[in-house]
Structure formats: C-alpha cells, structure tokens
Design a protein around this ligand. Structure first.
Ligand SMILES: C[S@@+](CC[C@H](N)C(=O)[O-])C[C@H]1O[C@@H](n2cnc3c(N)ncnc32)[C@H](O)[C@@H]1O
Length: 305
C-alpha cells in the first residue's frame, strides 16, 4: 500500500540546513532567515508555521524541491530576496516590489514615522483643518502609503520620476490606499504647483549616493535602479537639493521637511536649508547614532517662493 511519504524526496529540515549552507557560501548575510523566507513563500507558510512544519518532519515532493531549487539558485546569485518573494515589508505594509523599483529599507521607516508624528500633531492641533503630506521620490510608494494608512485623515500626494517605479507604486496604491494621489514628475520641475504653500509635511527618501561610491552588496548595485541610488554631483546631493527647493515652495509657513540622507551627509544636508527660509534645521540619528534624516521647518514668516 502506498503512503504519501513515498513521493517525498527530502524533508524540509534537511533542505533548510543545506540551503543555509549554500547561501552562506554565496555571501548572503542572513542565510538561515532567507532560506526560511524562500521556503515559506513557495509552500505558502508563515514563518512560525514553516518552523513548526520543519520540526514535525514535513517532507518535500519533487515539484516542491524543483521550485525551491529554482529560488535558491537565484538567491545564491544575489537576486534580492524581495524580488523572489515579490513583497517587501514596510512598517505595517506588505508592498509589491520587483525589478525596476527600489526595495524599501528598514531605516526609511523612521523617516515615515517622523512625517506621521508631525501630521498627527497638526491634526490634533487644529481639528477642522485638512492635513496634507507629499512624498517626493516615492518609488514603490512606501512612505506615502504608510502615511496614508497610519493617518487616515490626511490627504497624501506622491511623486516619482521613473515610469517603471510609477507602475509599481500604482499597483501598491490600488491595493493598499487608493486615495493616495500619485503622479509622475521630476522634483527638478515645478511639480504640484497647485499645492504651492499648502503642504504640511514634505517627506522624501531621494537618491543620495555619490557617483563614485558604488554600493558593495550585489543586491543593491545590480538590482536597485541607478536612478534610485545616485543623487548626482560629487557629493550625491543634487537631487536632495532639488527636494529641498521643492519643499521650500510647497510647504505652508511652519510646515515640516523630513528627508533621508547618507550617514556622512548630515552637515551637507543641513547646509541645503538656507537660514532665512528655514527654522529648526536639525539631523535625526539612527539607532547606532549615525546622521540619517534632515528635519527642517519652513519659517512661519512670509518669504518669497
Ligand atoms: C532611494 S529611492 C526611494 C524610494 C522610496 N521613497 C523608498 O523609500 O523606498 C529614490 C526614488 O527617487 C526616484 N527619483 C530619482 N530622481 C528623481 C527625480 N528627479 N524626481 C522624482 N523622483 C526621482 C527614483 O526613481 C527612486 O524611485
């Protein structure tokens, strides 16, 4: 009499051990976790369910093994885990990502958090007023969507230059928060002109890597779009400077700019905020004490835009 075990060629635990070894050999920084994510993705199991299934001795049939091998080979070649699973976690969201769009990073969750805190403060301070946020350089829509989901009372606008990224952002907007108003545009142009002087929070994670500094990880330099990485100019601050100029025009008096930058760019980013336009120019640090986020408040005085 045949049993279901006859079709099983290897058990999950053995596969996970072998996958961890192969991914470590390929230089993947978190080999066990990546192996678990790939297996969980293919077998449609959450992380806890996967670990439990492995402990209980779940077997793998030929079809499952073939699918897992296909994913493992790509991950060994340093295709990003998120491209293989099709999703990236950002705050409370599962975003769709893939080739042609920047994969949102955990450090950017702090940037979104600062924008969210400010919007909640604005809404609490004047209950009748509408709070409006703009995410410049939105990529997959990560920051805009986190803001929209966590601050349901806010109007959220998002701008992105790259048509491929816009397509990913549109997919995420449709799935997660259709009220986000997404548009294709270049921060160097006079985008969102109808909103000039009316925005409460401008938030951005623009490209900021200097041209000569190629990121080490193959997942980044081979798979994140160049337009998402390199900020332009020797210091990488050309696009960030355009974001600051756009924020200067878009923000209402007293509105807040929150912008991510590289850990060596704190002073350079602060210098982008001219003293007569900006108050309270400051830098937020990450958990390891490195400069990562520019915050600046547009002066409450009326100044020419
Ligand atoms: C570092 S990625 C950040 C994406 C997203 N905000 C996030 O945090 O995951 C920078 C994004 O800015 C876009 N971008 C680059 N230059 C731009 C420009 N001049 N105007 C608008 N978007 C631009 C890129 O296409 C990319 O999607």
């Amino acid at each position: 009499m045949s049993t279901s075990h006859e079709n099983e060629l290897m058990d999950l635990q053995t596969w996970l051990r072998a996958a961890t070894g192969r991914l470590a050999e390929a230089g993947v920084p978190s080999p066990r976790a990546d192996g678990e994510h790939l297996a969980g993705h293919l077998l449609h199991l959450g992380r806890g369910e996967l670990v439990a299934a492995a402990v209980r001795g779940r077997g793998l049939d030929a079809g499952e093994l073939k699918g897992l091998e296909n994913l493992l080979v790509q991950r060994e070649q340093r295709v990003p885990l998120q491209h293989l699973t099709g999703t990236a976690v950002f705050r409370s969201l599962d975003l769709s990502v893939g080739p042609g769009v920047f994969i949102p990073r955990p450090e950017t969750e702090v940037v979104a958090g600062a924008a969210i805190d400010e919007l909640l403060r604005v809404i609490a301070a004047c209950s009748e007023a509408e709070a409006v946020a703009v995410d410049l350089c939105t990529g997959s829509g990560a920051i805009a969507l986190a803001v929209a989901v966590e601050v349901p009372a806010a109007t959220v606008l998002a701008v992105e230059r790259d048509p491929m990224a816009v397509a990913w952002a549109q997919r995420n907007v449709t799935a997660l928060a259709p009220r986000v108003v997404l548009s294709q545009g270049d921060v160097a142009d006079r985008i969102l002109d109808e909103w000039s002087g009316r925005i409460d929070v401008v938030v951005a994670n623009p490209p900021y890597i200097p041209q000569a500094m190629r990121p080490i990880d193959p997942e980044v330099h081979l798979h994140d779009p160049d337009l998402a990485l390199y900020g332009g100019g020797a210091d990488g601050l050309r696009v960030p400077a355009q974001v600051v100029s756009a924020a200067q025009r878009l923000l209402r008096p007293g509105g807040l700019l929150v912008m991510e930058h590289g850990d060596a760019q704190g002073a350079g980013a602060r210098r982008l905020c001219r003293a007569q336009i900006w108050d309270d120019v400051d830098t937020l640090q990450d958990l390891t004490g490195r400069d990562r986020v520019l915050v600046a408040r547009r002066t409450r005085d009326e100044v020419p835009r």
